[in-house]
Design a protein around this ligand. Sequence first.
Ligand code: EPZ
Length: 417
Amino acid sequence: MDRLKIDGGVPLTGEIAISGAKNAALPLMAAGLVTDGTLRLTNVPDLVDTRSMEVLLSNHGLAVERDDDVVTMSGDVTNVDAPYDLVRKMRASILVLGPLLARHGQARVSLPGGCAIGTRPVDLHIRAMQALGAIVELADGYIQARAPDGLTGARVVFPMVSVGATENALIAASLAKGTSELVNVAREPEISDLAECLIAMGARISGHGTDTIIVEGVDRLGDATHAVIPDRIEAGTFAIAALITGGDLTLTRAQPRHLDSLLDILRDTGASITAGEDNMRVVANGVTKAADITTDPFPGFPTDLQAQFMALMCLADGSSRISETVFENRFMHVPELTRMGADIQVDGGVAMVRGRPALTPAPVMATDLRASVSLVLAALATEGTTEVSRIYHLDRGYADLELKLGQCGARMERVGG
Ligand code: EPZ
């Protein structure tokens, strides 16, 4: 099993081009199931998760071709089953439920099961499909859904904000008969990116980016070419990498306006951040001041940057209160950071971090995608050699991590066995 050996203590300086967003690419690829024509996506990151989605779409019968960062999908669905052995590799497989129902009137999707950060139920996805007229049964670990006469537009009110359930409902409503009003939806940039792509395919959607989206169903969706938005979580991760190592990084092909909540907090910690239209420069300014965060759906502080921010607070001047409100178990990085000498006390969904002048190298273990990268960040800031194991988690969400950071001075080596 691969490990990363990291010799930390080097300020990172230079320029990194941000890749396309994993969490935009996955729903966009699932939308390939609803077009009668060809969907061509550009700026698609080459990740384990996007490769898994390619396999899943091929399993449904689509012709899926990848050429560098361009993924093209076309053809008819010949199989509506999303089997457990594919779904268990990637929870986002649930995103084929809405498209299959919308265009093919039925879907049999394995329940994804939980993961390290929580039970992650899919009840909101199911409720949205039922609201749009689908008959849904759970049997043998599968969601068995059908809409033999197609879906019907409806008012769908989400009791809590869910990115994935919003995406499933948005795609499904695009081909429903009549108009749908989706209420209390997620406002993440990835939702707006999906809406813009569906509109390019012929969908009639308005309100995306707010908490209510209106969709007028159409009979069919056609060809489109769409560029995946930059990955705001990758950009936020590298901004923190600049600060935790006392460095100076310029991030290009980024969209700083997708990161307002993070950039505001980083400025509070003393960082110098210059944001352009599609780039930003992040410069450390001596000691990092401690700051408190509470994660929240967009435009609040992203839960996907909580672990990375915690690593930064481990070396800050002062104490930081970190409240995780989105997932029930997203502190798996805490015991590993503690092994490196961090002072963190967890009480339920709140972690109190007391900053230390330095951490110490130690063998640590990755548990989930964002926890993994928080350990990499801590190691990059720590003199000596730290080994991070189980880094297959990293490969799910960060393309060319060693290459990108290595070009800015990071001393990282992947070792097998
Ligand atoms: C998406 O997951 C992202 N994944 C996650 O990123 C991200 O952390 C999350 O949104 C929140 O921003 C992708 O986009 C592929 P949710 P998703 O539905 O859609 C509960 C990463 O690191 N919930 O918004 O699964 C759920 O348990 C990943 O890139 C239900 O109760 O997140 C959670 O507590 C991790 N029932 C909360 O809602 C449901 O039916 C928010 O989950 C669905 C969700």
